[in-house]
Design a protein around this ligand. Structure first.
Ligand SMILES: [Zn+2]
Length: 336
């Protein structure tokens, strides 16, 4: 509430842009924005997948891109790499736009706007999902819980039995996703399988809007000023993998992207990306695999003087952030 008030006040004062300019006189920072999906939902029918993955609708996204274009140096990681090799080239207004996962709306909704505005972005894809007819596991889990007739299931050693109300469904979604982020990869996969059995859920008939992009989409974007980064092969929690699984997820995704796009895959965004989702070992293995940059999902901006190239922070763009808050997030990232 306080943030909103300050945002309105700043807007009233008409100091748009001045704050960014002023900040950068004293401090060189690199901002990385994190998006997932650009999508409109139908207000008249309940959205049956994970609404939290929607960052903005097309109209809002277009406004954001125009704002960023006006006030920042929007670049990609290839350009950032060049500028970091010679700090004199850094303007201090560098900003990178990133998308995680690789949903089809990245191609159908985000890409046309970025292309028309000639603004680069980096898309992090989980390579095994590209071109398949099933949505990402975390999105599918939300769907299975939102549509289940009964909410009776076993999770680990616990048996749960909830009334299938809307608020209980939200509770169960959190419970299940939290649990799945804590267990080993094999346990995660077997837990999902048993959950689907308990909820009587089958994975057929995913609507096209919930599917990942195709390789044709990815290749077209790559040929039009968009960068493709790795978001692993199957979107596991990298910190929960054994050594050979980790190597496969990190290396194979990079090789696959490079083979398909014929360009170097410079960066990886660690799936989920919180403090518990990647370790020092994940960072060093990524470095060994040849990634120049590793991106977390930890909120924040990156001070050039203390840059951690394998654990870059990002500012999250969420669907409930309005224009004033969007500006505010960029003027005073410390508040977010
Ligand atoms: Zn992800």
């Amino acid at each position: 509430m306080k943030k909103r008030l300050l945002a309105s006040l700043l807007n009233l004062l008409g100091v748009v842009g001045l704050f960014i300019w002023f900040r950068r006189l004293f401090k060189k920072e690199i901002i990385v924005l994190a998006y997932h999906r650009i999508l409109s939902t139908d207000e008249n029918s309940p959205y049956q997948y994970d609404e939290e993955l929607i960052s903005a609708d097309s109209k809002e996204f277009k406004w954001q891109i125009n704002f960023l274009k006006k006030h920042f140096d929007v670049i990609n990681f290839a350009e950032l790499s060049k500028r970091l090799a010679d700090h004199k080239k850094l303007t201090g207004r560098e900003l990178l736009i990133t998308f995680d996962d690789g949903f089809s709306d990245n191609y159908s909704n985000a890409f046309p706007i970025l292309k028309a505005e000639n603004v680069p972005a980096t898309f992090y894809i989980s390579t095994d999902y590209i071109g398949v007819t099933q949505t990402f596991w975390f999105n599918e889990i939300v769907h299975s819980i939102k549509t289940a007739e009964q909410l009776s299931f076993t999770l680990g050693d616990e048996q749960y039995d909830f009334e299938p109300t809307a608020s209980n469904r939200e509770k169960v979604i959190q419970l299940v996703l939290d649990k799945l982020k804590q267990v080993s990869n094999q346990k995660r996969l077997s837990t999902i399988e048993s959950l689907y059995k308990d909820l009587n859920f089958n994975t057929d008939n995913t609507p096209a809007s919930e599917l990942p992009m195709t390789w044709d989409n990815v290749v077209e974007m790559s040929g039009n000023n968009m960068e493709i980064g790795s978001h692993s092969v199957s979107h596991p929690i990298l910190s929960k993998l054994d050594a050979s699984e980790l190597e496969h997820e990190i290396k194979h995704s990079k090789q696959h992207i490079e083979l398909m796009t014929n360009k170097p895959c410079l960066s990886i965004a660690y799936p989920v990306g919180g403090e518990d989702a990647f370790t020092d070992n994940v960072e060093s293995q990524s470095k060994i695999a040849g990634y120049e940059f590793g991106l977390s999902y930890i909120s924040g901006i990156n001070d050039v003087e203390a840059l951690d190239m394998h654990s870059l922070k990002r500012m999250h763009v969420e669907r409930y952030i309005d224009k004033e808050e969007f500006k505010m997030m960029l003027y005073f990232p410390e508040l977010y």
